[in-house]
Design a protein around this ligand. Structure first.
Ligand SMILES: [Fe+2]
Length: 362
């Protein structure tokens, strides 16, 4: 028995940003975006589209949303915009995850209650939650079609996942025109994040036929498209293919969650400052080697995606793909001194690690 559920209404295609006023349906919205959106002319574009429906702009989002700056933003949002029904998140995964943390009001309006929920599971009410419309400007995060937000607590050395029924976006607008100016490093890291979401959804105990077909299509498309896109970043057709692949990967892992490669990545991002998309993808060949042998259908799918006749060829092809993009598959390259097997064993115990298909014992 299995089920597949995703409630996000998707508007996609070049120019689909123009649908935003229709999606708001007369409601006013708070825009949450990244600091550079103003200089890129993107804030002005949203302001022009929304006119008086735009109630305010929060643009102090930094990479990897951390409770240290989410707290003052949260309290500002609820002090100034308690009556605004809708939040428009316009940016990469950090912006969309940040917006998810702003959606519901704690009884006091302070962030402390939300932090207590993240740290200890204290109950959180979504009674007056705002509605989220997510507009990704990168092709990778998938956060526009998932209910999770990754929230960091660097001071405590921790990473949390916020997941409530109201943290599903109401709608996602996927417009590749917004991705045309993405720099090389962000195109690469976000594209590899999408590949990781796809593969992690395949070697996952929660997989089902729908998630597997979405994930396989996404993985094939990333492998085929990303190297070409990095050579021709201004090609709209390639941007559209990557946007669709990232969306498919997002839809796949919205129902399976991620697995071992993501579980491994969190400490690497926290302690070594490696961008999420690189931290969760450089280990994919290692993780694929561990995944083989658990399920014949999964093995066959992985061989097919990487055009391989046997496991070693698939692992070599994936490693070669990453290395040709300039991404080292050697943990030592990222300053990781701890024994890899120890890291894997620890990562398998994490919530995402327990989704991994293979039971591995040291
Ligand atoms: Fe990811």
């Amino acid at each position: 028995m299995w089920n597949y559920h995703n409630p996000v209404a998707i508007q996609a295609g070049s120019g689909s940003l123009a649908q935003l006023p229709t999606l708001l349906d007369g409601r006013r919205a708070l825009l949450i975006t990244f600091p550079q959106a103003a200089a890129l002319g993107l804030e002005a574009r949203i302001a022009q589209l929304l006119g008086p429906q735009l109630a305010g702009i929060e643009n102090a989002v930094q990479p990897n949303p951390d409770v240290s700056w989410l707290a003052p933003m949260y309290e500002r949002v609820w002090r100034r915009h308690a009556d605004i029904e809708c939040i428009v998140a316009f940016g990469g995964g950090s912006v969309i995850d940040c917006a998810k943390a702003m959606l519901t009001r704690t009884p006091s309006g302070n962030f402390d209650a939300l932090l207590a929920h993240l740290r200890d599971g204290a109950p959180l009410s979504g009674r007056d939650a705002k509605t989220l419309i997510a507009i990704p400007t990168t092709a990778g995060t998938g956060s526009e079609v998932t209910p999770w937000a990754t929230i960091w607590d660097a001071a405590a050395g921790s990473k949390y996942s916020l997941h409530q029924t109201w943290t599903w976006p109401h709608a996602a607008v996927v417009d590749a025109q917004l991705m045309l100016s993405l720099p090389h490093d962000i195109t690469l890291a976000s594209g590899l994040d999408a590949l990781s979401h796809a593969l992690e959804s395949i070697w996952n105990v929660n997989r089902n036929p729908v998630s597997a077909s979405l994930a396989a299509a996404a993985a094939r498309s990333v492998v085929e498209t990303l190297p070409e896109l990095l050579r021709r970043p201004g090609d709209l057709a390639l941007r559209e293919r990557m946007a669709s692949a990232a969306l498919q990967a997002g839809l796949a892992f919205s129902n399976t969650k991620t697995a071992l490669a993501h579980s491994l990545s969190y400490d690497i991002t926290l302690h070594h400052g490696v961008a999420h998309g690189i931290a969760c993808s450089f280990s994919l060949p290692h993780v694929m080697a561990l995944a083989f042998g658990s399920d014949a259908a999964v093995d066959a799918l992985l061989l097919d995606i990487f055009g391989a006749v046997d496991e070693q060829e698939a692992i070599d092809n994936l490693s070669g793909f990453l290395e040709r993009l300039g991404v080292s598959t050697d943990p030592a390259h990222y300053g990781i001194a701890e024994a890899w097997d120890t890291l894997v064993q620890r990562a398998l115990q994490g919530p995402r690690g327990r989704n991994f298909i293979a039971a591995i014992h040291s």
